[in-house]
Design a protein around this ligand. Structure first.
Ligand SMILES: C[S@@+](CC[C@H](N)C(=O)[O-])C[C@H]1O[C@@H](n2cnc3c(N)ncnc32)[C@H](O)[C@@H]1O
Length: 264
């Protein structure tokens, strides 16, 4: 795959809006990313140009490619920003299908507001360029397995009969995914916490396994500490990461270096 000036399996210290300009059309299979939250226009002194980033993402995605956009809302003067919803609606206007609105639920969130319930989730918008090319549904064990008398009614008499049936061993997950956060939850990599807003490795991995296959190209345009890139590599996918902050891009490279040492 020709990626212009970009090489696969690299982290680039670049504004993703600039970086994506050097990617060809229709080259990315999967994006798993999380934008800077809500200090919106300026983040650590950087501008975040959502509209143009979203349009560039649409251009570089393959037909059937999937973007997972993980985003929460801040509260300003007692009012939720609803940036998440605004992003989702803009993506739809740009041409993405809103394939699913999933929830990332945090197991161990601290109590934060005295006049409202503790917020314990963010959205995971699953956006597709047309029909998704890949869906490998993740499964979970069912509570009961084996033989059981099941309710069965084939006739219109409304009388339920019971027949012996085999219960399924596993079922497809729901679209609410729950993860522990913090050290030992999100990751065991201590250095990752030099970044203040990482998402859990398992969240990235679960999406990578669901929406891509081995050797596919997984892209994180705002890769922070490199969680998506790390999990892409561990699951035999190619990755590209972009990060505007030099400090964080170095951190992401260092983190991926840790697994390279473990793998080879
Ligand atoms: C919420 S964090 C991502 C964290 C990441 N998912 C992880 O697990 O480490 C968002 C990141 O976007 C970066 N960022 C903000 N604007 C950017 C831009 N225009 N291009 C590339 N990166 C950007 C920030 O520096 C920040 O590290």
């Amino acid at each position: 795959m020709n990626l212009g000036q970009m090489e696969l399996n690299n982290i680039y210290n670049v504004d993703c809006l600039v970086g994506m300009k050097s990617l060809p059309n229709d080259c990315i299979d999967l994006v798993v990313t999380s934008p800077p939250y809500d200090d919106l226009r300026i983040y650590n002194g950087y501008k975040f140009d959502f509209e143009n980033i979203a349009k560039e993402l649409f251009r570089v995605m393959k037909k059937g490619g999937v973007v997972v956009w993980v985003v929460g809302d801040k509260i300003k003067n007692g009012d939720k920003t609803l940036t998440s919803f605004k992003h989702c609606i803009s993506f739809q206007e740009i041409g993405f299908n809103v394939h699913d609105v999933m929830i990332y639920m945090k197991k161990n969130t601290p109590f934060m507001r005295s006049n409202a319930y503790t917020n314990c989730y963010e959205f995971m918008f699953v956006l597709t360029k047309g029909k998704p090319n890949t869906f490998n549904p993740l499964k979970t064990k069912t509570v009961r397995q084996g033989l059981e008398k099941l309710v069965h009614n084939k006739k219109a008499d409304g009388v339920n009969k019971k027949i012996l049936g085999v219960l399924k061993d596993e079922k497809t997950l729901t679209n609410i995914w729950e993860y522990a956060v913090g050290l030992g939850g999100s990751t065991n990599d201590k250095i990752a916490f030099q970044h203040t807003a990482i998402f859990p490795e398992r969240l990235a991995q679960d999406h990578i396994l669901s929406w891509s296959n081995e050797n596919d190209i997984v892209f994180d345009p705002m890769c922070g500490s490199g969680t998506t890139c790390k999990m892409a590599k561990l699951n035999n996918r190619n990755f590209i990461g972009m990060e505007i902050s030099k400090e964080y891009s170095e951190l992401a490279k260092e983190r991926i270096g840790l697994i390279e040492n473990q793998l080879f």
